[in-house]
Design a protein around this ligand. Structure first.
Ligand SMILES: NC(=O)c1ccc[n+]([C@@H]2O[C@H](COP(=O)([O-])OP(=O)(O)OC[C@H]3O[C@@H](n4cnc5c(N)ncnc54)[C@H](O)[C@@H]3O)[C@@H](O)[C@H]2O)c1
Length: 280
């Protein structure tokens, strides 16, 4: 208990999945939360899965409040810097400062060779996963510097940000891109005792993965692949450890370490939680 006591964390994509788990885990360890999500289920009609429903952000609020910590939740789109700034300002008005940033919101369209990716998909992907992270860090850094309290920025990349994955070229490009942003930013803000690191999760059991589109990508040999069919591929072929995917809290525990003062001299690093998929 108390590993991030007194800190305030700004988290994007916090309505469900890893973002919600990060909010809850940090709150359990003493942080107050500024939670952001665009909660626009049909934002990308061409995708195989929907984005978060408005009620899911309310559920995150209820879960954090149950821990006894405070939370300010706002609807904001990481592609729209003004909406992020408004959410951050609402949090700063309540809490006075921000110490931890989790640039977590992201999307994962699948299924095309790189030369066949529709232009709209490429543009939306980069706008969300790359420009959205840049927007997030860019609104948060100035008040962090001004507060003079140091801080920790954690960017969610992916195992797909460390190696090429066929049919995911746009996603890979965005996830490699945020690692470049992380390393540059880490240099820029080190003198303010602000650390910047990236997480590279392997496969995580969230809506991004547990959907028919992804099952089909990994089981093209089957007409109607199920979750179990896809799990077999992850267990036997993708991961070194014989487990198909990690739970969101496994990523949150790594994020908690990077957010805490236990990691006070860790910056510019790429931190994998991936069942050994990167060594296989
Ligand atoms: N699930 C995995 O296997 C996996 C693996 C590696 C990395 N990641 C990354 O982890 C992060 C979290 O994904 P997740 O697994 O929790 O998936 P998820 O789809 O459950 O959660 C993503 C959240 O981001 C929100 N979001 C999407 N676009 C947004 C936008 N423009 N503005 C604001 N909010 C937006 C969604 O509404 C949703 O709540 C993403 O960056 C993803 O790329 C996921």
């Amino acid at each position: 208990m108390g590993r991030v006591e007194g800190k305030v964390a700004f988290i994007t994509g916090a309505a469900r999945g890893q973002g919600r788990s990060h909010a809850l885990r940090l709150a359990q360890e003493g942080a107050d939360i500024i939670a952001v999500d665009f909660v626009t289920p049909d934002a990308h009609p061409w995708m195989a899965y929907r984005q978060a429903e408005p009620g899911q952000l309310d559920e995150t609020v209820a879960l954090v409040e149950k821990t006894g910590r405070r939370i300010v939740a706002r609807r904001a789109d990481v592609r729209d810097r003004a909406s992020l700034l408004a959410a951050l300002d609402a949090g700063l008005a309540e809490f006075g400062h921000v110490d931890v940033v989790s640039a977590n919101a992201g999307i994962c369209p699948i299924g095309s060779n790189s030369w066949e990716i529709p232009e709209q998909q490429w543009t939306d992907m980069l706008a969300t996963n790359l420009t959205g992270v840049w927007n997030t860090t860019s609104v948060c850094v100035p008040p962090m510097i001004e507060a003079g309290r140091g801080g920790s920025i954690i960017i969610t990349s992916s195992g797909a940000g460390t190696k090429g994955v066929p049919n995911l070229a746009d996603y890979c490009a965005s996830k490699f891109g945020v690692i470049g942003l992380m390393k540059s930013l880490a240099n820029e803000v080190a003198r303010f005792t602000i650390r910047v690191n990236a997480l590279t999760p392997g496969t995580v059991a969230t809506d991004m993965v547990l959907n028919d589109g992804l099952y089909r990508l990994f089981r093209p040999d089957l007409d109607n692949p199920t979750q179990e069919d896809a799990a077999a591929i992850f267990t036997n072929m993708v991961n070194a450890m014989p487990v198909p995917w990690v739970e969101p809290v496994d990523i949150s525990n790594a994020l908690l370490f990077l957010a805490s003062d236990e990691a006070r001299y860790v910056t510019g690093q790429v931190f994998g939680v991936d069942l050994g998929s990167s060594i296989k």
